[in-house]
Design a protein around this ligand. Structure first.
Ligand code: FA5
Length: 591
């Protein structure tokens, strides 16, 4: 059977068409009808199916579900009277339901655009736009709920911008020519359906869309749900007091030909080019405002026949470029005309220290308030201070734990700040020692949570009668001053060559309040209720001896934690440490 012609792709505002019945079958009490062409949208892509009626002279078929099956659109429902193959029928969709579905669907895409604006790393991977009353967009990765207001602001601004939404079908040649980026490899034989929102690049979409973002009712983000490393942003639309549905297009409306539409575009482009120099506001008002000439013309695209609408959309895009470049030219011309020397100058933006530098300062001052002195020891180190003096003999398997960069057999880029322990003991010669050594460290690692260069802060306290309770007290003090007063730590047994006993220090997660689950789901930030801060322990007697300190007289504790890791933990970012090293101002300006 020949594939059904999909009229809903050509015009999402058309409510009825004339069609011919190709096939009708009955299973139980239900009928399935296939037409040569349809405006009924089949349930897919998270958008629910259309409902409506298919009417012929001898009967009426009530459509309650529609599905796509191998190129055929199957209308399912109940029959009153008879409908026969070859019969001419009128197919009419329930426009109220369709319009609501389109609003919900378009809203989902607008959320996707808003989140991409937040960070291009977040990719929309799934969505539900009303099926089973579910409305959400799912993104890969963890999106903190604190971004809700930023996403909402962006949505409000962009809806106010009154963005035209253009759906079109593009061939491989066009995809290449226009540099359209798709999340899959397009095939030569199968054109791709895409949609673009205002000036944003097109994205794949096979559903039905509204024609302008201002038709979407205000979007309310209701819930951020975390599942399997992804974030689902649930949303709902808030209907305005007065609900107005836009005009639809009946099958009988007279079409504007593409040539006529092109003429109107050319006429407006000429008018814009020849217009006298206007003020910015006057130019915007006349051409780009909501009631401006561009929008008037963009609205009339509805009257262009569906088969030409893609081309008409491209003409509109070109016209928009002409308007933008003319606006710039006008602004330039105006600029040349006069210069107001009394205007105040442009205030230079004030910069601020990078988040890592800010954190180093904060860590330094927290420990300073306990009497720890800030040190910075060398990053290029000899094997003795880096390993052997720390009780890690040559060929010891513990060396494998750290993927070290070696300059030569004896010289390394330090993989931890623990070299500072021996250096400090040698420097002070006699306790008390209260050091916080913060520096750059290097490992042959690169992932979302591991960077080849990162920062550690190493605490060392050596004095008479120092014991485990001092380590616990200092760790808790740090956790509560850096992360918040309700945070606490726990120690888990671990092994380091340079401490005995050794521990991993964990801090309770404040997203799930240490319970490990949120709304019955595993907490995506910590998975267990606790987050790992880093290693610690009581300084090994051999290390004290190697630093020239008598282990029978003195004891001490040490810890080594990651600066980038505590930043991620504080801001509940689980998977993009590398953002700290980008030059993305949207990220950096937040600090
Ligand atoms: C150490 O480096 C020990 N020297 C810590 C120590 C000091 C233990 C004193 C006992 C006494 P570890 O390899 O676990 O331990 O690293 C400590 C912390 O550094 C980790 O918890 C993590 O926060 C951070 N870290 C390690 N590798 C990376 C990396 N590639 N990128 C970012 N942070 C890292």
């Amino acid at each position: 059977m020949k594939s059904t012609k999909l009229i809903y792709l050509e015009d999402s505002y058309q409510t009825n068409i004339e069609a011919t019945v190709v096939n009708i079958t009955k299973i139980g009490k239900k009928y399935s009808v296939i037409l040569d062409q349809t405006i009924f949208y089949p349930q897919s892509g998270g958008q629910p199916a259309d409902t409506g009626v298919i009417e012929g002279e001898t009967g009426k078929f009530i459509v309650d579900h529609v599905k796509l099956d191998d190129g055929l659109i199957i209308h399912q429902g109940t029959l009153e009277g008879t409908v026969e193959p070859q019969q001419k029928v009128t197919a009419t969709i329930d426009w109220n339901a369709r319009y609501k579905n389109m609003q919900t669907h378009t809203a989902g895409h607008l959320i996707d655009e808003a989140v991409k604006n937040l960070s291009p790393e977040f990719q929309g991977i799934d969505g539900m736009h009303g099926i089973n009353n579910q409305q959400y967009i799912e993104f890969n990765g963890f999106i903190n709920e604190s971004y809700k207001s930023e996403i909402t602001d962006y949505l409000q601004k962009n809806k106010n911008l009154d963005q035209p939404i253009i759906s079109e079908t593009v061939t491989l040649a066009e995809i290449k020519k226009r540099g359209i980026l798709l999340p899959f490899e397009p095939s030569k034989n199968k054109p791709v359906r895409v949609v673009s929102f205002g000036d944003n690049p097109p994205v794949p979409d096979a559903g039905t869309q509204l024609k302008n973002s201002n038709e979407v009712w205000p979007i309310l983000l209701t819930d951020f749900e975390y599942q399997d490393g992804n974030t689902r942003i649930h949303y709902t639309l808030t209907p305005p007091a007065k609900k107005e549905l836009p005009e639809t297009k009946e099958a009988t409306t007279k079409d504007t030909s593409l040539a006529e539409f092109q003429q109107q575009i050319d006429a407006l482009a000429n008018e814009i080019k020849q217009d006298e120099v206007l003020s910015n506001e006057a130019f915007q008002q006349k051409y780009s405002s909501k009631k401006g000439k561009f929008n008037q013309l963009a609205k009339s695209i509805k009257s262009v026949s569906p088969k030409d609408r893609g081309t008409a959309g491209k003409l509109l895009n070109q016209l928009k470029l002409t308007i933008n470049s003319q606006a710039n030219k006008q602004a330039d011309t105006k600029k040349q005309e006069w210069f107001d020397v009394t205007l105040p100058g442009i205030k230079p933006q004030l910069g601020h220290a990078h988040l890592i530098s800010q954190t180093i300062k904060e860590v330094e001052s927290i420990f300073a308030s306990l009497g720890f002195v800030r040190r910075r020891y060398q990053e290029i180190e000899t094997d003795w201070y880096y390993a052997e003096g720390l009780n890690i003999p040559k060929d010891h398997p513990a060396r494998d734990d750290q993927e070290t960069f070696y300059f030569s057999d004896n010289v390394v880029l330090t993989a931890h700040t623990s070299n500072g322990q021996l250096r400090e003991m040698e420097f002070l010669k006699e306790p008390p020692i209260k050091m916080i050594n913060i520096g750059k460290t290097y490992r042959r690692q690169a992932s979302n949570t591991h960077s080849p260069m990162f920062h550690q802060f190493e605490g060392l306290l050596v004095d008479k009668n120092i014991n485990m309770s001092h380590l616990v007290g200092v760790s808790n003090y740090f956790a509560q001053h850096y992360f918040g007063p309700d945070r606490e730590i726990r120690l888990r047994p671990h092994h380091f060559q340079f401490t005995e006993p050794s521990f991993e220090v964990d801090i309770n997660c404040n997203v799930c309040k240490g319970t490990g689950s949120i709304h019955g789901h595993k907490c995506k930030v910590c998975k267990s209720g606790w987050l790992e801060l880093g290693g610690a322990g009581m300084v090994h007697p051999t290390v004290l001896k190697n630093g020239g300190i008598d282990p029978n007289k003195y004891s001490g504790f040490a810890f080594g934690w990651g600066i980038e890791r505590i930043i991620m933990m504080k801001h509940q970012v689980t998977d993009n440490l590398r953002q700290l090293y980008t030059d993305d101002l949207r990220f950096l300006q937040q600090g």
